[in-house]
Ligand binder design. Structure first.
Ligand code: GLA
Length: 395
C-alpha cells in the first residue's frame, strides 16, 4: 500500500485489534490533493486541473454482526459509535460526519449495509486546503465497497462522497476533490470538465525539470469559511443565469464581452465573481496547453494570475495567503504561486526550482515574522496515485 510502511501498518492492525477485539479485513486509502489551477470553477460547471498528492488517509475495517458502526479516528483519538437505523450528523464531532455521511449517501442510493468496526488515520494536514475531508470520504467509500463487494462505478463513488459532504458537513462543494481522490495518477494532473465529467490525464514532469510543488500552509483557519463558500456559490450562480439569457449554456461558453452585455442585470459583486470564473476557465485551458509543451514558465505566470483573480474578483484570499503570492513574485526561482482550495486561509502552492525551495521557505518565514502572522508549515508534495482498497491476508 502506497507510502504506508509495513511496520506502521502492523501497529495500526494491532491497535485495531485492541480497540475492537477483532481483526481488520480490508485496508483502503485515498489521497489529498493540490489543485494546479481552476479554483472555484468546479461548482460553476467549469474546468479544473488538480493532482493527487502522496499524503493520504487510511481506513481499516471489518464487518460487525449488528447494525452499529464503531470508528476510531487516531488523529483525534476519538471513537464514534452510531446506528445505521438512525443516521444523522453530530455537530460536535466534525470528522465523524464525513464517515456517517458516506453511510447515509449509500443508504439513500439504495445500498443497505450492516455494521462495521473501523480505524481511520492519515497524514493529510487538516483544514489546510489539501482536501483531507475528501480523502476521508473516499477512503471510507472505497473500503466499504471492497468489504461488502459492492460494484460502484468510480464516478458514482465521487458523486456519493460529494453528497455526504453536502448533506452531513453542510458544505455545498463541487466535485473536484472527490474526483481527484479517486482518479489521481502518479506524475499526472487530471484535466476535468466538471459539466460533462469528461477528463484526461496531463503529464506533470516536474522532477525532470528540477521543479517541485511546495505547499505553504498559512495555519490560518477561518471560522466562517463554509458559509462564505456557500455564499460564493450563490453569487456566481447569478452570473451564470444572466449569461443563459444570451443562449450560453454555462460559463465555459462565455467570453468577457458576453459578460459585459449582461452587466446591467448583475450586482457588482456577482459581476466580479463571474469575471473570475470566465478568466479562470481560460487559464485552465492555457495551463493544459502549456503543460503539453512542458512550458512551466507559462504555467507559473498563469498561477500568479489565478491568485490575483481569486484575491480581487472572487475575494477568497487573506493577507497571509497574499504574503506567499508576493514572496513568490519577488523570488527568482519561484515560477508561480497562488492560494489553493477554497481559500479564506489554508494553503498556497508555489511552483519552484527545487534548489531554491529552502531559501524560499526562509524568505516566507522572515516575512510572516515581520507581519506577526502565524508560522506557516511547509510540505514538499509529490504527485501520488488515487484511492485503493485491498482485502488483507492476515495470518
Ligand atoms: C473546495 C471544494 C472544491 C472546490 C474548491 C475551490 O476545495 O471542496 O469542490 O470548489 O474548494 O476550487
Amino acid at each position: 500500500m502506497m507510502t504506508l510502511q509495513q511496520n506502521s501498518l502492523r501497529n495500526f492492525i494491532k491497535l485495531f485489534v485492541e480497540l475492537h477485539g477483532s481483526r481488520p479485513e480490508v485496508l483502503s486509502s485515498a489521497p489529498g490533493r493540490v489543485n494546479l489551477i481552476g479554483e472555484h470553477t468546479d461548482y460553476n460547471n467549469g474546468y479544473v486541473l488538480p493532482a493527487a498528492i502522496h499524503l493520504r488517509n487510511y481506513f481499516l475495517l471489518s464487518r460487525r454482526p449488528d447494525n452499529e458502526v464503531h470508528v476510531w479516528a487516531e488523529n483525534f483519538r476519538q471513537m464514534d459509535i452510531f446506528s445505521l437505523d438512525d443516521l444523522k450528523p453530530d455537530p460536535n464531532i466534525k470528522w465523524a460526519n464525513y464517515v456517517r455521511g458516506i453511510f447515509y449517501a449509500l443508504k439513500k442510493d439504495g445500498t443497505l449495509l450492516s455494521g462495521i468496526n473501523g480505524l481511520v488515520w492519515g497524514d493529510v494536514p487538516l483544514e489546510s486546503g489539501l482536501s483531507s475531508s475528501a480523502a476521508l470520504e473516499v477512503s471510507v467509500i472505497k473500503g466499504l465497497s471492497e468489504l461488502f463487494g459492492l460494484t460502484i462505478d468510480p464516478v458514482r463513488m465521487a458523486l456519493l462522497s460529494q453528497k455526504a459532504e453536502h448533506e452531513f458537513a453542510g458544505v455545498k462543494c463541487g466535485l473536484m476533490d472527490q474526483f481527484i481522490a479517486i482518479f489521481g495518477q502518479k506524475n499526472s494532473a487530471v484535466f476535468l470538465d466538471c459539466q460533462t465529467l469528461n477528463f484526461r490525464l496531463v503529464p506533470l514532469n516536474l522532477e525532470s525539470k528540477g521543479l517541485e510543488l511546495l505547499v505553504c500552509d498559512t495555519r490560518v483557519r477561518r471560522e466562517l469559511s463554509s458559509s462564505e463558500y456557500n455564499r460564493r456559490r450563490q453569487e456566481a450562480a447569478a452570473g451564470s443565469e444572466a449569461l443563459q439569457t444570451l443562449g450560453l449554456p454555462s460559463y465555459k461558453e462565455a467570453t468577457l464581452d458576453d459578460l459585459e452585455k449582461v452587466r446591467p442585470a448583475l450586482s457588482p459583486i456577482s459581476f466580479r465573481r463571474a469575471r473570475h470564473v470566465i478568466t479562470e476557465n481560460a487559464r485552465v485551458l492555457a495551463s493544459v496547453e502549456a503543460l503539453s509543451r512542458d512550458d512551466f514558465e507559462q504555467l507559473g505566470r498563469l498561477l500568479f494570475a489565478s491568485h490575483e483573480s481569486l484575491r480581487d474578483d472572487y475575494e477568497v484570499s487573506c493577507p497571509e495567503l497574499d504574503l506567499i503570492y508576493e514572496a513568490g513574485r519577488d523570488f527568482p526561482s519561484c515560477l508561480g504561486a497562488r492560494l489553493v482550495g477554497a481559500g479564506f486561509g489554508g494553503s498556497a502552492i508555489a511552483l519552484i526550482q527545487k534548489a531554491g525551495a529552502p531559501a524560499f521557505q526562509q524568505e516566507i518565514l522572515a516575512r510572516t515574522r515581520k507581519e506577526g502572522f502565524p508560522t506557516p508549515s511547509f510540505y514538499e508534495v509529490q504527485v501520488g496515485g488515487g484511492a485503493s482498497a485491498e482485502h488483507l491476508d492476515l495470518p
